[in-house]
Design a protein around this ligand. Structure first.
Ligand SMILES: NC(=O)c1ccc[n+]([C@@H]2O[C@H](COP(=O)([O-])OP(=O)(O)OC[C@H]3O[C@@H](n4cnc5c(N)ncnc54)[C@H](OP(=O)(O)O)[C@@H]3O)[C@@H](O)[C@H]2O)c1
Length: 285
């Protein structure tokens, strides 16, 4: 570990700007995959967080200001991205991967010049290594840059490629998506309680039901509609519930919610030096 300026002039392979929740999750993911700790450094401006990073990741180079780097991975809040990158660009960088929501590759390119920039949108299950991440190439990024970014983000979950113009839709589906599942969890547990189940028991049943259903979706690879049909006998209990969902136009409700998130993403993106292609975090970060 080093702190403030003890680095050499040899560029470090990966420099994280911001060692907060997502930066920490990505570093943990890479190290967990066997990535050598000597090839990673992190710049974190919070003193306490620097100490935390040092004790969580023994051997990690922890800095308070940028050092020369080949790939800079931007994990600050969107409002800090351009200033942090401006500083890192002065010290030296060869390419950028940004996970900051809502900051377009064009805005980043305007600060770092003509280096390859890849923008990514992970989601919070990254903290458990279960993110759904989309990556998009900026104007200077080629297939090799996308592959590098994918390898980096594969440490915290699965990765898909999209055009940057799809980032609002990605934000609305997978960025905000975990919250939709939590909302269903809340209502399902409350409905169980209304039928007389003790709170804790309803909560435990809901958590395991969502985990089990998610594993069925992922591990069988069957379509959601087929899995649903398989547990919906005509005239049975599930059929009664599905009919009630259909009466309430559940499909319309979900479509409207996702469209609202995408619209909000486009609006908020403009705040962070973005454009119509930019999208923020569900909570505006
Ligand atoms: N959380 C998610 O699920 C998620 C999903 C997709 C994308 N993202 C994106 O990931 C980014 C990080 O989110 P997070 O939840 O990890 O935030 P976070 O926990 O607040 O981490 C950001 C860290 O970067 C530090 N920082 C800010 N400016 C800096 C600079 N110039 N140099 C070095 N360090 C600096 C911050 O320090 P201070 O505390 O002093 O500000 C903070 O410790 C955001 O842009 C967000 O849009 C997050």
């Amino acid at each position: 570990m080093s702190d403030s300026g003890s680095g050499t002039d040899v560029p470090v392979e990966l420099l994280f700007l911001g060692g907060g929740r997502m930066g920490g999750a990505l570093i943990g993911g890479l190290l967990g995959q066997g990535h050598p700790v000597e090839s990673i450094a992190v710049v974190e401006r919070e003193t306490d967080r620097r100490a935390e990073l040092t004790s969580t990741f023994p051997g990690l180079r922890v800095e308070s200001t940028p050092v020369p780097a080949r790939t800079v991975v931007v994990c600050t809040k969107p409002g800090d991205v351009l200033a942090a990158l401006g500083e890192a660009a002065t010290v030296g960088l060869e390419r950028v991967v940004s996970i900051a929501a809502g900051v377009s590759t064009a805005a980043i390119e305007a600060v770092v010049g003509s280096v390859p920039v890849v923008r990514a949108m992970p989601n919070t299950p990254a903290l458990l290594g279960e993110a759904a991440t989309a990556v998009a190439a900026g104007s200077q990024a080629g297939p090799a840059d996308l592959e590098r970014a994918e390898a980096l983000l594969a440490g915290v979950g699965t990765v898909v490629r999209v055009d940057e113009s799809a980032m609002d839709a990605v934000t609305a589906v997978s960025g905000s998506g975990p919250a939709y599942v939590y909302l269903l969890a809340e209502h399902l547990a409350a409905a169980g309680e209304a039928l007389g189940l003790p709170d804790e028991l309803a909560d435990a049943l809901v958590r395991q039901t969502i985990l089990g259903a998610a594993r069925m979706l992922v591990e069988t690879g069957d379509a959601a509609a087929s899995l649903r049909a398989a547990v919906t006998s005509p005239g049975g209990t599930t059929a009664a519930a599905v009919a009630a969902f259909e009466d309430a136009e559940f499909d319309v409700m979900v479509r409207r919610a996702v469209e609202a998130a995408a619209r909000r993403s486009a609006e908020l993106g403009a705040e962070f030096g973005g454009d119509a292609a930019a999208g923020p975090m569900p909570d505006g970060r």
